[in-house]
Design a protein around this ligand. Structure first.
Ligand SMILES: C[S@@+](CC[C@H](N)C(=O)[O-])C[C@H]1O[C@@H](n2cnc3c(N)ncnc32)[C@H](O)[C@@H]1O
Length: 321
């Protein structure tokens, strides 16, 4: 049995809309507020298709950026990823596409005798690190992933999580305990990067569903993606928009809601806007919020991306033909 008061609290639908639907559909209510499992499934599809649940729930959280048009609704928040996800109603997001900050990464990226070198050594560091960290522990990831699973819609939920080789080895198995992993995608960055032994040229993306059978757009896409890395980026861990575009092209339809709780420089937001999706994102860092707000508003106004000025695509037109 499901209590109507709990449905309202968890799924962010208003009591009046829920009651109206229950009456319209002649759904039996026992003991004044209990609904059987059988009828709950019908209610769930109604809830998933009810607009504005996220906006209503996030009303109290102050957005650092907000945009509303027929094509896109975009909002950005400064928050910790888990705390932000906890504010979202259950079954409200269609696709999570994210590139978390792994705490091991700051260490692994140190060169020579462990110094952070290069143009990021002084600029943009937070607490002596290149960027804020999200602890790589299984405990933290379990909490993060269970929140991701809760907010993803049961019927449409797809999730893409980026990993470097180190974090994949330690956390890939944790993803499998929460989601139905469908692919391990390799992002080939075309040009080599740093590395004391073999020089790094790739990262990974886990693609998974939350158990539903929704397919991707078509079956033409390979699981190795070639997009050039961004050199001299404005944000230390900035990824090519094309990497996110490939994810969203495969997994979204118009007006789907995309979420990235590790926004960075908002590459996923630009990809979502290009795919005519709604977008909610958050990041803990001041610099990320500052860069993202300016990048998104300029892109919405002029169609110009002020920090990735050229395409990083090599030969993968297949993703948006
Ligand atoms: C790898 S970067 C994302 C880069 C982004 N994909 C882009 O293309 O610019 C990870 C981001 O996570 C943010 N971050 C670190 N800890 C966080 C936390 N606890 N909650 C939310 N964001 C966090 C960092 O500030 C950083 O911007």
């Amino acid at each position: 049995m499901y209590k109507t008061s709990e449905i309202v609290a968890q799924y962010g639908i208003t009591e009046s809309r829920l009651k109206e639907y229950i009456i319209k559909q002649n759904i039996p209510v026992v003991n004044e507020e209990e609904i059987s499992k059988k009828y709950f499934q019908t209610i769930l599809s109604f809830i998933e298709n009810t607009e504005d649940r996220i906006e209503k729930r996030l009303k109290k959280a102050e957005a650092t950026f907000k945009y509303n048009s027929d094509k896109n609704k975009v909002s950005i928040y400064q928050d910790d990823a888990i705390s932000f996800l906890k504010k979202l109603p259950s079954n409200s997001v269609d696709v999570i596409a994210t590139d978390p900050a792994y705490s091991g990464m700051n260490d692994k990226l140190k060169l020579g005798k462990g110094r952070i070198v290069g143009k990021y050594a002084d600029k943009g560091k937070e607490n002596g690190k290149w960027f804020g960290e999200f602890e790589d522990s299984e405990e933290n990831y379990n909490e993060f992933l269970s929140e991701c699973r809760r907010v993803l819609k049961k019927s449409t939920g797809h999730i893409y999580i980026m990993f470097d080789s180190y974090s994949l080895l330690s956390l890939g198995n944790v993803v499998r305990s929460h989601f139905d992993v469908k692919n391990l995608i390799t992002w080939d960055k075309v040009n080599i990067g740093m590395g004391h032994y073999f020089r790094r040229r790739h990262e990974y993306i886990i693609f998974a569903t939350n158990g539903n059978t929704r397919k991707i757009r078509n079956r033409k896409f390979p699981d190795v993606w070639r997009f050039k890395r961004i050199h001299s980026s404005k944000y230390p861990t900035q990824k090519p928009v094309e990497v996110f575009q490939a994810m969203l092209h495969a997994s979204t339809e118009e007006n789907f809601t995309v979420c990235d709780p590790f926004l960075g420089s908002a590459s996923s937001a630009i990809a979502a806007i290009k795919n005519n999706c709604n977008y909610i994102g958050c990041d803990i860092s001041d610099k990320s919020i500052e860069i993202s707000n300016s990048r998104i508003s300029e892109f919405l106004e002029t169609g110009k991306d002020n920090i990735q000025t050229k395409s990083m695509a090599v030969d993968d037109k297949i993703f948006w033909e």
